[in-house]
Design a binder for this molecule. Structure first.
Ligand SMILES: [Zn+2]
Length: 445
């Protein structure tokens, strides 16, 4: 690896085809360089001093376990201790949507923006996007969000052309598709489903339109066994196109995206180290679900080390059929803070929503959870329907068949359910209301 990491696509492909040992050797060099950068922010300077961490003494990647984790709580409680203080080096500022706490301010240097473009370009390349392709971006590019900018810069880095259409406005989106014939579309699964169905209703032959590749963000579209969720299946069917699911977060500035094999999102070896941990911080073996911990490599403006994402997934380190030997992260199975303990079973609200997708008449749903006296969770699934005469028992039975537990189902008018789920300025609908007594699940936050 070149000392300066030039981020070329050619080099990226070469690295991914090397043996695991060779990849890890290069990662160790990049990891140590990243730690030297991390001490430029007060949080890590203090942490490394207090923990007696000597970067030069780290001899193998596994030594990463000597360094304590960084949590969202650390960032929320000490926001001024993260991020590069030198304003002259900052070129862009992203602000997270604050879904899981205070919005986080993430400064980007020129190098970070270049890194971000490379990150997305390799992700697109892995999913089969090529130079000369036209890519319709139905994601937000402004409002201090980073995903849209990442996609835009990745598309141009790759030598493809971006159509910055933004979200919403189905009539306009279809006008663009018919006029410019993009081969690739990028967006949030729920929106892409609605857009396809909107076209269908208007008599457009959606399955025969120019779109061949769909890249989804923000919501899971696959199950842990890599098969599409009901939503993912619906998107592939309505568009008659192949879907690739991606995952990323503003804080760690790196994305995982599926390759042509659709067998988990490849981790970029020159841009991140990824671990899966249990509730006690122990690193878990491949195939075991746990919390995703990311150390983004090469970040200057907002370096993080062992950042606990709060998301649950599993890793696969076996070589991929696509020929790349990098680790793959399975679909996100839920949020750690939303983990439910119900009659001896652990489940996440996401699996309830996946099950509801298969049930007719359901328009919108959210989960409410309360603490019971014996310390378990009491779950109510509030389901929106246009017809309130729908048989609730049948919905409960259907959930039972999917989940092997039977949470209480409450029926409400769909407009009331959708209104409760809509949050002003929110990008994503709110689907989970945690009414548990404070402290009952603090260890998971
Ligand atoms: Zn692959």
């Amino acid at each position: 690896m070149n000392q300066k990491t030039p981020y070329s696509l050619e080099q990226a492909v070469k690295l991914r085809k090397k043996s695991r040992e060779e990849i890890e050797k290069e990662q160790l060099f990049l990891f140590k360089r990243h730690l030297r950068q991390a001490v430029c922010v007060p949080f890590y300077k203090e942490l490394f001093e207090s923990e007696g961490i000597d970067v030069n003494a780290l001899k193998e990647l596994q030594n990463i376990s000597l360094i304590p984790f960084t949590t969202r709580l650390d960032i929320d409680q000490h926001p001024q201790q993260f991020g590069l203080g030198d304003q002259k080096k900052i070129r862009d500022i992203a602000i997270t949507s604050g879904t899981t706490g205070e919005p986080v301010i993430v400064p980007y240097t020129a190098g970070d923006l270049h890194r971000l473009a490379f990150n997305e370009a390799v992700a697109f390349y892995g999913a089969g996007v090529e130079t000369g392709d036209s890519v319709l971006l139905t994601v937000t590019l402004d409002r201090c969000f980073i995903a849209g900018l990442a996609y835009y810069s990745g598309v141009t880095f790759l030598g493809a052309s971006a159509i910055r259409s933004g979200p919403g406005q189905p009539a306009r989106q279809w006008h663009i598709i018919e006029k410019l014939n993009p081969r690739v579309i990028v967006g949030v699964p729920t929106f892409l489903k609605e857009l396809g169905e909107w076209g269908d209703k208007k008599g457009i032959n959606v399955a025969d339109c120019s779109i061949e590749t769909i890249i989804t963000i923000g919501e899971p579209a696959r199950k842990p066994n890599y098969s599409p969720t009901a939503l993912g299946k619906c998107i592939e069917e309505v568009w008659g196109a192949k879907m690739f699911s991606s995952y990323g977060a503003t804080e760690f500035e790196t994305a995982f995206c599926e390759c042509r094999e659709s067998a988990g999102g490849h981790a970029h070896p020159e841009l991140m180290l990824v671990e899966i941990i249990d509730d006690y911080g122990r690193v878990l073996p491949d195939g075991t679900p746990g919390e995703v911990v990311v150390t983004p490599l090469g970040v200057e403006g907002f370096p993080l080390v062992r950042f606990r994402t709060g998301d649950i997934a599993r890793l696969d380190s076996s070589p991929c059929r696509c020929g790349w030997n990098t680790k793959r992260l399975g679909p996100i199975e839920g949020r750690l803070a939303q983990r439910l303990k119900y009659r001896g079973t652990t489940l996440y609200p996401e699996s309830i929503f996946h099950a509801l997708h298969d049930i007719l008449h359901v328009r919108g749903a959210y989960v409410e959870v309360r603490s019971t006296v014996n310390g378990t969770d009491d779950i109510t699934v509030v389901v929106g329907c246009d017809d309130l005469a729908v048989d609730v028992q049948k919905i409960e039975e259907s959930l039972h068949a999917h989940l092997r537990v039977r949470p209480t189902v409450e029926l409400k008018k769909s407009e009331d359910v959708l209104a409760k789920m809509t949050r002003e300025n929110g990008r994503k609908p709110v689907k989970f209301f945690d009414l548990r007594k404070k402290g009952s699940n603090d260890m998971f936050r």
